[in-house]
Structures are given as C-alpha cells and as structure tokens.
Design a protein around this ligand. Structure first.
Ligand SMILES: Cc1cc2nc3c(=O)[nH]c(=O)nc-3n(C[C@H](O)[C@H](O)[C@H](O)COP(=O)(O)OP(=O)(O)OC[C@H]3O[C@@H](n4cnc5c(N)ncnc54)[C@H](O)[C@@H]3O)c2cc1C
Ligand code: FES
Length: 508
C-alpha cells in the first residue's frame, strides 16, 4: 500500500509544476553549505547562496515542496496577521517597523527573482483588505491603521472591501501586497539552484545534525554531507529537541478552492479579524479559469475540534454566504503553521550550535518569512551585517510575551493527561475503514487505524519526540501530536517533525 493512500486532500499548486528531476544522496560529499529542507525557506537560501558563489547541497526528505510550501495559499503580505498593534507591544516600534520592512522586502525580492530568472509564476501586485465583520471589533481597525502607518506601511481606511455581493463593513486597504503560484515559483527556483551548480537530493531524510568547524548532516541511509555551514529549513527545527519548541506552537489551518466566473470578484487579498480568522484570494486555474481560495478555521494541532472535516464544511458555509457567485468546490487541503509566541519567526544561528542555522516560526506568513530567511541567512553565512538579525534572533528572550509562554506551555503539559484517560473507542472493531482512534490496551495506548480495504494498522500512540499521545486527523488521515506538531502516516512513518523517527510498532 502506498504510504499516503489514505491521505484525502490536495492543493492546486503541485500538479503541473515542473520540478527538476533529482535522486537521493548515495555517497558522502562536501559543500560550502548544506541546506536541509526543500521548501521556500531552503530553496531561497540555496538560491541566494549559490548566486553569491557558494557551493550548496540541498537535502530533502521527500520531494521538493512536499511540506507546507506545497500546501500554502501564497498570499504575499506585509500586513502581518499578528497585527502591528501587538508587534509594537512585543518588539517596540522599531521592531514592528523592521518586521514590516522585512516582509515588504521579501515581496520585492520574490518579484525581482521572478523577473531576473524569467519565472512565469503568476506573480501579481494586489491590494490587501483587512475588515472587521462585527461592530465591537471596529476599533481594532482604527488602532491597526495607526500602528501600521507607524511601521511604515501604505494603508488607508475604506467603508467596505470591494466584494460585489456582500458588505464586509469598514476595512483597511494595504497597498503593494502580492500573490503568486508557489509551485511554479519553487520549481523554477530549484532549476536556478541547479544552473548555479547547486546539487539537490530528494528522498534523503537527515537524521543526524552536527555543528562545528565542519558541520555535518547524515541521512537515514547513512550518507553524510560535510559543510562550513548547515541550514535546517525543515519548517520545524528537527535538529532541536526542546528549546525552540517551547517558544512556538503548531496549528492546523484549512483551505478550500471554488470555481468562480472570471472577473466576478476583484483580485486582491482579503482577511477578516475573526478568531480564528479567514483569508481569501483568487488564482488562475488550468484553462485560464479563476478559482476563489478561502482559508481559515485554524486550531491547535491534534486538539480542540475532534472532527477535522467539519472545518472544511464551516469554510464552505462561510464562503457561500459571502460569495454566492462561487461554483463547485475544486480542491480542499490543510496544513500546519508554527505560531511563535511573540509573532515573529526564528531565523538565525541555532542556539548552542556552531555553524548551524535555522528558519522556523512561520506564523502563516511563511512565503515571506521563508524569503526573509533566504536573505538573512545568506548575510549571516557570508559574514555580512543584516538589519533584521536582532528581531528574528532564535535565542531572543520574549519577556513581553511571558503570559503567552505560560498559557501555551501549560496547554502542552495538559496533553500528557491523555496517558491516564480511557481510549477513544473500545477496540479496533469500532473503527470504520479510513478512520483511526486511540485504543487503551492495559497500560498501553495504541494508535489503531484501518485503510480503505479494512486492513488494520497498529502502532504505539506515544509520540517519539517527547512522549505525548497522538490523535487521529480525519481530514489528512494522519496521526498528529498535540504537543509540538509531529505527524505520522497511517503506517507510522514520520511526516512532520520535530520527531525524527516514526511511531513504534504496537507490539514492541
Ligand atoms: C493552508 C495554508 C495556508 C497558508 N497560507 C499562507 C499564505 O497565504 N501566505 C504565507 O506567507 N504563508 C502561508 N502559509 C504558511 C507557509 O505555507 C509556510 O509557512 C511555508 O511554506 C513554510 O516553508 P518552509 O520552507 O519553512 O517549510 P516547508 O515548505 O514545510 O519545507 C520544509 C521541508 O523540509 C523537509 N524536511 C523535513 N524534515 C526533514 C529532514 N529530516 N530531512 C530532510 N528534509 C526534511 C520537508 O519534507 C519539507 O519539504 C500557509 C500554510 C498553510 C498550511
Ligand atoms: S511533537 Fe513533541 S511530544 Fe510529540
């Protein structure tokens, strides 16, 4: 059985995107820089370092854009969803200004790379509209308008966003935002890395990370890359067991794409101020048609809403009320974002390691955060000054976010109570084909799922990272850990870190 046979969702970005052919790493090698992870952060870093003359090797566990970069909605926004009012409180007015400046520069850089490399990736400059659907939230917009202007963004208040069939109420219009097709962009970026002499290896999961004068990454197959610098761009830092994972928290987020009569809704980015919030854009579909992509319904991974497919139903209901012109559903998918406790990514030197760099904490702005990672890590590795280094420093102390730190880590600690709870169902007989549940067998907890043919898969329900009990995700047909976001296939193989290995067999 294919390891993802039960996976039920997919985005519009990967089919038809021409990624260069690549094989697995089959021997030891050396490079100036070894980049681990073939998403936007890893490929942008590899591209910019290659352009600066560095000899780069990229190691990807699966295929390029296999992670969240293939599951994004690809808004390119400097209007940050953690809000400038909050970022000012957490990072001061200069920190908020640097955050705005860096995200705007990332959009500029994507535009420049697409132009310089001749990449047809549907890049477009669009406006972004932030609206407050409920009366009591309207002062949020007034405060955000002032804070975003202080941060240096071009923004103006308007009575409503330009939706033809629905009055959003007052909104803010942010200029010079962007959108693109991430599959086309990343496929071309990978080809550019190759043209510069960079080497890309897929199906090469790294399991050992070592810092030092000659840093080292060793794949599960036992082949190693020695390099002057190691960049861990695996979305969540799989080289780190604890430190960063107490400062960022995994959330699932959902997206649905509907057919749309071309030109019926103005092309722009749209966001509301609800909690959880909604995000909307349009995109070109094959044949020149237009699709409307609506995202939202975020919740902590493995927690809260126990039936993930309901998140799609809620998104559809929300969309049909506001966009009566929306046609058939064409795609649905979900993914994971890492929410840093103070709203900004962690990009820079890995705390306590020599010549090891990380990029994580994307907070739903990973297209721009990943591009900032490319720019910032290139400067750090080349020994150049970068004005954003301090705000993204991974070892920073976020004292102003101490309340959030306590709240989130108490939530993580509470997940260990699952050890003493009864199983979710009495036994495998109660589990339908295509579903899974945790079953108690004496003192053990067993993750039991059935594939569509009714074949039973049994694994230990204990996450190999730090021992929380996994939960079944019925939308993605995966086992998700509620503590730090590790995820596993029905066959127990690891899909997302920080776990580096899979679930143990149930009978071990
Ligand atoms: C539904 C959804 C909507 C989103 N919308 C937006 C948006 O509109 N705008 C925006 O800016 N961001 C958005 N995001 C966030 C954005 O997509 C991500 O933050 C971004 O893609 C992360 O890029 P990355 O390169 O850090 O990680 P990834 O793309 O996940 O890449 C990491 C790679 O590392 C590989 N890997 C992992 N472990 C190993 C290992 N041990 N060895 C080798 N390789 C390994 C993985 O296979 C993966 O390919 C959204 C995310 C989701 C899920
Ligand atoms: S991801 Fe940390 S315990 Fe599972």
């Amino acid at each position: 059985m294919n390891e993802r046979l039960m996976q039920s969702t997919g985005s519009p970005w990967l089919a038809g995107s021409a990624f260069p052919d690549a094989g697995a790493l089959h021997e030891d090698t050396v490079a100036d820089v070894c980049v681990v992870g073939g998403g936007i952060a890893g490929l942008t870093t590899a591209y910019l370092l290659g352009k600066a003359g560095k000899n780069v090797v990229v190691l990807e566990a699966e295929h390029l854009a296999a992670g969240e970069s293939g599951r994004t909605t690809a808004h390119l926004a400097s209007a940050l969803d953690d809000r400038f009012t909050e970022l000012e409180k957490l990072h001061g007015s200069e920190g908020a200004r640097l955050a705005a400046e860096s995200h705007a520069a990332a959009i500029d850089r994507i535009e420049a790379v697409a132009r310089d490399e001749g990449i047809s990736c549907d890049f477009a400059r669009v406006d972004g509209y932030l609206f407050a659907p409920r009366d009591e939230q309207r002062d949020v917009l007034d405060r955000e308008l002032a804070a975003a202007r202080r941060a240096g963004l071009e923004v103006e208040p308007l009575p409503r966003a330009p939706w033809p069939s629905y009055d959003t109420g007052p909104c803010l219009r942010f200029s010079r935002q962007g959108q693109f097709h991430p599959g086309k962009y990343l496929a071309a970026l990978a080809s550019a890395v190759r043209r510069q002499g960079g080497r890309i290896f897929v199906h090469s999961p790294v399991k050992v990370f070592e810092g030092g004068a000659k840093a080292r990454a060793e794949t599960r197959a036992g082949h190693a890359v020695r390099a002057g610098a190691l960049v861990v761009a695996t979305n969540t830092p799989v080289n780190d067991r604890m430190a960063i994972h107490t400062k960022q928290f995994p959330y699932r987020t959902y997206a649905v794409a509907f057919g749309l009569p071309t030109g019926s809704v103005p092309r722009a980015l749209y966001w509301d101020t609800e909690d959880p919030y909604h995000y909307v854009r349009l995109a070109e579909a094959p044949g020149g048609r237009e699709i409307l992509i609506v995202g939202g319904e975020d919740h902590k991974t493995g927690q809260g809403r126990r039936h993930e497919p309901d998140c799609f139903s809620r998104l559809e209901a929300w969309t049909r009320e506001r966009f009566p012109e929306a046609g058939e559903e064409e795609y649905r998918w979900s993914g994971q974002v890492m929410e840093p406790l103070d709203g900004l990514a962690f990009i820079g030197r890995n705390p306590g390691d020599e010549n090891v760099f990380i990029a994580t904490g994307d907070s739903g702005h990973g297209m721009t955060h990943g591009t900032i990672a490319g720019l910032l890590l290139t400067d750090l590795i080349l020994g150049r000054e970068n004005p954003w280094a301090k705000v993204y420093e991974p070892s920073r102390k976020s004292l102003r976010a101490a309340g959030e730190f306590v709240r989130e880590n108490v939530n993580v600690a509470a997940q260990y109570l699952d050890w003493v709870m009864p199983g979710e169902v009495g036994g495998a007989a109660k589990i339908a084909p295509g579903e899974g549940a945790v079953v108690r067998e004496g003192l053990r907890k067993v993750a039991v799922c059935k594939d569509s043919d009714g074949k039973v898969h049994r694994h230990s329900a204990v996450c190999p990272h730090l021992g929380c009990i996994v939960h079944w995700n019925d939308a993605e047909k995966s086992w998700d850990c509620p503590c730090h976001g590790s995820r596993f296939s029905p066959q127990g193989q690891v899909i997302n870190g920080p776990a580096l290995g899979g679930l143990a067999p149930a009978e071990s």
